[in-house]
Design a protein around this ligand. Sequence first.
Ligand SMILES: NC(=O)c1ccc[n+]([C@@H]2O[C@H](COP(=O)([O-])OP(=O)(O)OC[C@H]3O[C@@H](n4cnc5c(N)ncnc54)[C@H](OP(=O)(O)O)[C@@H]3O)[C@@H](O)[C@H]2O)c1
Length: 284
Amino acid sequence: MLVKNQGVVVITGASTGIGEACALLLDKLGFCVFAGVRKDVDAQKLQQKASPRLIPIFLDITDADSIAFAVETIKNTVGDEILGLVNNAGIAVPGPLELLPIAEFQQQIQVNLIGQLAVTQAFLGLLRQGRGRIVNMGSVSGRSAAPFLGAYNASKFALEALTDVMRMELRPWGISVSIIEPGAISTPIWEKSFTQADKAKDNLSPSAQDLYGAAMTAVRKKVGVIASKSISSDVVAEAVVHALTAKKPKTRYLVGQDAKLAVVLKYLLPDRLYDRVILYSMGL
Ligand SMILES: NC(=O)c1ccc[n+]([C@@H]2O[C@H](COP(=O)([O-])OP(=O)(O)OC[C@H]3O[C@@H](n4cnc5c(N)ncnc54)[C@H](OP(=O)(O)O)[C@@H]3O)[C@@H](O)[C@H]2O)c1
């Protein structure tokens, strides 16, 4: 059996970005981290950066067998209890809702919402034993919607609801549930989403191009500027550590000035005025 030091934490989507930052920080703080990856090369890369305590684990959150295998592997390695589950894995599917292929919408919900629930269900036995905590990686996009981000917004708004319900349902067992709501964070998710948006725009039919082409170009440009001002994923990792370790974890962690400002404006302004602020900020 492994030495668990500060306790065992499982993180999904730890190959890059926020998940990687969380895995490395928790490892540095002495936790036994099981870091979810999907490729050998990512497992090796993480191991080179971390202490020997960190264990990469193959985990595709859309695959029930992969989830079950990860749970069994962790159980066999550290026993029946874990201290934390960080549901971080996610994708961002861009595009106007009118044109978005339903299969892409489904993929967005499958990864960012159904996957999170499936992983949580599978680990709840171990979490209950360890009186553990759940940290869901939401987004300010789960509080404030924007054009051409509808699928992502839908997934993150729904994750807010799931988090609230889990928090209440799991209260009898002392399992704390928090959601992290970052603004723009510097990670590969932006480039991945830009590639997908550029491809979608190139493939627009002439009529769709007439309807949305100019707006898609304007938004793509503006989102590029937003991405260039994004902040380090280390700030998000610190919020995750707080949610996992603080005596009184918060239910919600807004991370970044942009996220805080958006939520305040959304609260203060009437809907149509807020729409105009968002449209302007997206170059529309
Ligand atoms: N970056 C931001 O500005 C920002 C802001 C707010 C919230 N977030 C949220 O933060 C989380 C992490 O995103 P990130 O920005 O760090 O992006 P990222 O660097 O692209 O990381 C996404 C991670 O999710 C993994 N993943 C994707 N599909 C998966 C699946 N089916 N099963 C398991 N893992 C899967 C990826 O693994 P592979 O490498 O194997 O694809 C990768 O490890 C997401 O939930 C995102 O919505 C990001």
